[in-house]
Design a protein around this ligand. Sequence first.
Ligand code: X2X
Length: 359
Amino acid sequence: MKRVRVFFKGLLVIVLCIMLLGVIPSKASSAGFKKEYKMTVVVTPAFYWGQGAIKFAELVKKKTNGKINIKPYWRSSLLKGAQLKSAQMVANGVIDCAMESTINISPVITECNLFSLPFFINTFENLDKIEYGSAGKEIFKAMEKKGIVGLAWAENGFRQVTNSKKIIRRPEDLKGLKIRVVGSPIFIEIFRKLGADPVNMNWADAVTAFQQGVVDGQENPVGILVPVKIWQYHKYATFWNYLVDPVVFYWNKKQWYSFPKEIRKAIKEAAEEAGRFEKALCRAGLDGDKSLNILKKEFNYTMKVPQPIKYMESQGMTVTFLTDEERKAFIEATKSLYDKWVPKIGEGLYKKALADMGK
Ligand code: X2X
């Protein structure tokens, strides 16, 4: 009888051990992971930027073997359209992550206004030098201090002005034009300096404003202008590369460092790859064959609109490029903003950016 009891006790111990061994590893592998990680994005999948967000979510799922599922929420819907609140909401953990423009990050990370200094960074080469140079690193550090971790750079692009009234070649041409801008102070100040009448509005409301003619114009890069079919509302575009709009993949800091190392590595790699893809979409046809080739060779992707400027013209738009002389007048008109904004951005960061560009 005693032997039988010992046997059953032993059996029970073995069964319990097997159960524990089975349960513990599976619990550990899913421990701490949410069913869904919310990502805020200001645009929709119709835009190149939105395509980059989809690519990121797909790559993260693949590289983490399905452990991390990111769901993009389009048109800043988690923020009721208030795109400028994205960094604050990711920093406080209400939203897990974002793929956002530096303009929309700038209320929390003042350093991000570096990219919005008028006529400061004029070429893709200079932008890359800054992003992957000492200034870019300093911006990521500033982000960490405020509770968000920058994972990789992506892009919206150089912003160009469009309007329904006239060709813009000189600051005087902007006089009195109602131009929709993001509600970031530096944008309002730039357009006031140029004599325009800036109207600040979230992107979620902007298209209706174009349709109804509430505003005469707006400014955005090709990656927005082509998908939104801006020619439906505006006949005139001036390509002046007056400032640039990078996009950053970023994550709530507390959550980020709670992830195991291999998960962080996988997500970061996904962000870098999705960023490379999305940057190429936004630059396609604007940097010779470079980005078109990246898309074809690395991503097996053929661009539907490989020549965006010609395409805009074929849709009836008049696209204007400034001469150096004309450009100078815009530089002169906005130059005083540096006195106010460089100290806010940080003298040190500004100098690093200049050095990164070799200036
Ligand atoms: O609001 C805009 O213009 C947009 C979509 O370009 C940004 O989010 C900065």
